[in-house]
Design a protein around this ligand. Structure first.
Ligand code: AMP
Ligand code: ZN
Length: 468
């Protein structure tokens, strides 16, 4: 499989460190509010990546954190904790907020056929691990204590900007207007590993540490949680593109300083879903959630298809019109699949030829739109319906569009042809009258049936009837 690696800026042949397992890590949600469908685009594409790897024969261990502490109002470490803001907004405790929105997140994932990773670890579970890593970084002099906080010293690194050659002003990314610079930092890029002093003294969750009572910075959780469950190296680290800087940049800085060697080989970043007005955000106007899509009558899998139709490394613009197009596409596709006969033999050779196209799409940097095209190739192929159904079931392991289940549901929902000997006889009599050119009798029967709420439909296969 060729995958684009954000570190090398190239598509690279994917080779896992250990032949028997792919170690994969995903930055999980900050559970202070519902996930918006932009967040979920990232999780859909990461889910497709995991399933594609499994489909191609790899064993995968995937770990995800749940950010329930330490993510401040900006992605740089300034502002109030997002969790505390959520708790204040809803007059609940931080842990109540975390539990509620974690459950909502997995409920949304379920509706979008996003598999739950093998390990899911809330950040608040791993305080001892953070303290250990921060202590080691202090011992190794990659960190310093100033003004009550422990900071990572980026000047100790040979290269800090691993993803891009950032300019100074890029450091302002994620920093809200009006946020003052932290005078304790030795270098502008330095970031907090452990807070004991913050302007926001009402931080709800705090723990004892060698540096005083406090709480961890945001970035440290992903380094420690991945280390805990995946060990000292990792194959693929995923996240939305906004996480590349500063979050992933800082994860790499602290993990490699701690370990003393390279940590993660491939970085998979999903580009953003934007609205026509620009960046999607939880504080701006209508907040797009899975529940809102459902309320407006969309099957969440229509949104999954919408995401699959474009490449993960392209920004995607959301509009209701674009979603409507995906809805029509999905419904037509399902109706077409519903016409396939269920009986018959699978032609193994034809099946493998179809599968080959699908695999080629996945192998080319997870080209999901081509993978969707492979579904149409199946429908157009000259092979038995059983072969087509087998290929669709096989592809759907990765696509997660419930192709056969939805087709069955569609078929079951079609009006059944009713059997009523008396009406059948009248319809037959009308057909006979028409044959004899006895139009008056034919019309009389039609009117009689109409009066009884029956409509006759003339089709090339003969007259049919339905209740209206
Ligand atoms: P958060 O809950 O804010 O920590 O974000 C969860 C995930 O969603 C992260 O991987 C983000 O990078 C990603 N993300 C945030 N906004 C978007 C967006 N508009 N489109 C796609 N992914 C996003
Ligand atoms: Zn992370």
């Amino acid at each position: 499989m060729y995958l684009y690696n954000s570190v090398s800026h190239k598509k690279e042949l994917f080779v896992p460190n250990h032949p028997d397992i792919v170690k994969m890590y995903t930055c999980g949600p900050t559970v202070y509010h519902y996930a918006h469908i932009g967040n979920l685009r990232s999780y859909i594409m990461e889910d497709v990546l995991e399933k594609a790897l499994r489909y191609l024969g790899y064993k995968v261990k995937r770990v995800m954190n749940i950010t329930d502490v330490g993510h401040l109002a900006s992605d740089a470490d300034t502002g109030e904790d997002k969790m505390l803001k959520g708790a204040k907004r809803e007059n609940k405790t931080v842990m109540e907020i975390a539990k509620y929105y974690t459950d909502c997140f997995f409920e949304d994932c379920g509706k979008l056929n996003i598999k739950t990773p093998d390990v899911v670890e809330p950040a608040t579970n791993c305080i001892d691990e953070y303290i250990h890593m921060v202590s080691t970084l202090l011992e190794k002099e990659f960190a310093y204590f100033a003004g009550g906080n422990v900071y990572f010293d980026t000047s100790k690194l040979e290269k800090y900007y691993v993803f891009n050659d950032h300019k100074e002003e890029d450091l302002e990314v994620g920093v809200r207007e009006g946020v003052e610079e932290d005078a304790n930092k030795r270098n502008k890029n330095d970031f907090v590993l452990w807070f004991t002093k913050s302007k926001f003294e009402d931080q709800a969750l705090k723990w004892d540490s060698p540096w005083g009572v406090g709480y961890p910075g945001w970035h440290i959780e992903c380094s420690c949680i991945s280390l805990k469950h995946l060990g000292e190296d990792m194959d693929i680290h995923c996240g939305g593109i906004d996480n590349a800087f500063p979050h992933h940049t800082n994860e790499i800085a602290q993990s490699e300083a701690y370990l003393g060697h390279k940590w993660c080989n491939y970085w998979f970043h999903v580009h953003h879903l934007n609205t026509e007005g620009g960046k999607m955000s939880k504080s701006k106007g209508e907040f797009l959630t899975v529940s809102l899509l459902e309320k407006k009558g969309y099957d969440p899998l229509v949104y999954r298809l919408f995401c699959l139709q474009s490449h993960y490394r392209r920004n995607l613009v959301f509009s209701w019109e674009n979603l409507d197009n995906a809805k029509v596409t999905y419904e037509k596709l399902i109706a077409k699949i519903a016409t396939l006969e269920e009986e018959g033999e699978v032609d193994t050779e034809a099946f493998h030829a179809l599968k080959q196209r699908f695999e080629t799409a996945l192998n080319g940097d997870l080209n999901t739109s081509l993978a969707v095209t492979a579904v149409y190739d199946v429908l157009k192929a000259k092979c038995s319906d059983a072969t087509k159904r087998a290929a669709l079931a096989d592809f759907d392991y990765v696509l997660g569009l419930n192709l056969l289940e939805a087709a069955k549901k569609y078929k079951d929902a079609q009006p059944k042809e009713e059997v009523d000997p008396e009406i059948d006889a009248l319809v037959a009599a009308r057909t006979a009258a028409k044959k004899e050119k006895n139009w008056a009798e034919a019309d009389r029967i039609r009117d009689e049936l109409k009066a009884r709420g029956i409509e006759i439909i003339d089709t090339p296969q003969g007259a049919k009837w339905k209740r209206v």
